[in-house]
Design a protein around this ligand. Structure first.
Ligand code: HEM
Ligand code: HEM
Length: 418
């Protein structure tokens, strides 16, 4: 068999490209759906999810580079002529689908790669040595969500195109009993030279239509209900792409409340946590808490009592897991609390020393923080690192391969003196 195509049949290079990419795309779809449907409650389950997504991504990347090579090859090739050019609409539809498939085999893996590269803390990796980020693609939750929405809608369109395409091939085989499938899959034999086709305008229109399908997906996916919600909120559907949610200042500000007796009233603030999951850092935060702060700038002493609403935690795609019985167990322990006295340390660093209560366990904790006071306004920030095992959190995750032991807690706030 010749390497190159002729007007009657595909050469072996085109055939290898066609069938290997067909197999890879079907595998990628299968793996994507499988990985998304897996349970992800326990450590073993999560590890399987990570592994399945890593293979999905790697298969997708191989597809992308093969597809690009295929397109370069196809540009220099003759396209075997349609066997029934007199069936104008059918021929045109087949061409539209071919163009849609060519575009789909690039934009689907590309959108996956972009959603992966933009996701802060995506923790199932592409299995290759070239890094996980892409130059020029910023780490951005919103950007990652936009590509994820395209990816999640796009696979339906790609699958529909494949169904039409395979349906067409089967129709040629079963109903028309012609050589269409044989010239891609086998030996077409001594078929007569297909008639010359002279419909340049319709070929151009087919190309434009095929490509417009993907433009429509790009636009439509951004407006579909829930499209922008992707990895964050769809729970079961988005286990692996942690899309960390740092609590927004304004969101935090509206939910901070203080008791009347508090000498300082928090105006804005964030309370963040970060934990290592599957090798990447996942960041999140608590939207709702109440703080009672007394502090005398002259003596540099005071007290703080913070109550945190566990249900308000967002932690990428694993928010629900983090609040579930294996971890913070929001149902049994709806609040965490930090009660401490404030005093300068020997090195003159301000420290809040007291008890941190998480998941019903109280552990002594020291929170060093920086404070700047300007008249009646104060800005403070600080961080501490705790070990989740001290609080009995994630006991079934006995090693650090899935969820790290250390949890970083950080806060920023501005407050006004009463
Ligand atoms: C798995 C079942 C599949 C079957 C039975 C099949 C069959 C065929 C056949 C018979 C042709 C030749 C059509 C002709 O000569 O006019 C063809 C062409 C083509 N197929 Fe498939 N195909 C399959 C899957 C796929 C998949 C998954 C893709 C890509 C996503 C794909 C992309 C294409 C493209 C782009 C062409 C046009 C090639 C060209 O002329 O440049 N096919 N296919
Ligand atoms: C041939 C290429 C690809 C196809 C056909 C494909 C298809 C799919 C499918 C069917 C899903 C499940 C969607 C759902 O259940 O809603 C999925 C999810 C996903 N894919 Fe791909 N994928 C491809 C390439 C890639 C690549 C290259 C990456 C990353 C490097 C990637 C990353 C992801 C991620 C992170 C998810 C889960 C997040 C989400 O659903 O938004 N994919 N993909």
């Amino acid at each position: 068999m010749k390497a190159v195509n002729d007007t009657r049949s595909y050469g072996w290079v085109s055939r290898i490209f066609h069938w290997s990419i067909a197999a890879l795309i079907l595998t990628a779809i299968g793996l994507g759906l499988y990985a998304n449907a897996l349970p992800h409650e326990t450590q073993d389950e999560l590890q399987l999810v990570f592994a399945a997504f890593s293979i999905h991504k790697t298969v997708g990347m191989v597809t992308l580079f093969l597809a690009l090579a295929r397109i370069l090859w196809a540009i220099g090739q003759i396209k075997p002529r349609p066997l029934h050019p007199e069936r104008r609409l059918e021929t045109w539809a087949a061409e539209v689908v071919h163009w849609g498939l060519y575009a789909g085999m690039v934009v689907m893996p590309l959108s996956g790669w972009l959603l992966h590269a933009a996701a802060p803390g995506a923790f199932s990796r592409i299995i290759w040595p070239f890094g996980q980020r892409l130059p020029g693609v910023p780490e951005s939750m919103d950007l990652s969500n936009a590509f994820a929405a395209f990816h999640a809608s796009g696979w339906w369109v790609l699958a529909a195109l494949i169904v039409l395409h395979v349906g067409g091939a089967l129709k040629h085989m079963i109903i028309d009993r012609d050589a269409t499938l044989a010239r891609m899959a086998g030996n077409p034999g001594r078929v007569p030279e297909p008639p010359q086709q002279h419909h340049r305008a319709s070929a151009i229109l087919a190309a434009i239509t095929g490509l417009l399908i993907w433009v429509a997906v790009a636009i439509g996916s951004q407006y579909l209900p829930g499209a922008e919600a992707e990895p964050e909120t769809s729970g079961q559907a988005q286990p692996a792409e942690t899309a960390p949610a740092t609590v927004q200042e304004d969101q935090a500000a509206t939910t901070d409340t203080q008791a009347a007796s508090s000498a300082w009233v928090v105006e804005t603030g964030t309370l963040r946590i970060a934990v290592n999951q599957g090798g990447s850092t996942v960041e999140g935060g608590f939207a709702t808490r109440q703080a009672q702060i007394d502090y005398d700038p002259d003596s540099r002493e005071g007290s703080v009592d913070v109550t945190i609403d566990i249900a308000s935690l967002t932690l990428g795609a694993v928010s629900d897991n983090a609040k579930g019985p294996e971890f913070l167990n929001a149902a049994a322990f709806p609040e965490a609390r930090f009660q401490a006295v404030i005093a300068p340390s020997e090195g003159d660093q301000l420290v809040a020393r007291g008890d941190l209560t998480i998941a019903g366990q109280s552990v002594p904790a020291e929170l060093p923080f920086d404070l700047v006071i300007d008249g009646d306004q104060a800005a403070a920030s600080g961080k501490l690192t705790i070990d989740r095992r001290d609080f009995g959190v994630g006991q079934t995750y006995a090693d650090e391969s899935t969820v790290g032991f250390a949890v970083d807690i950080g806060f920023d706030l501005t407050a006004i003196r009463q």
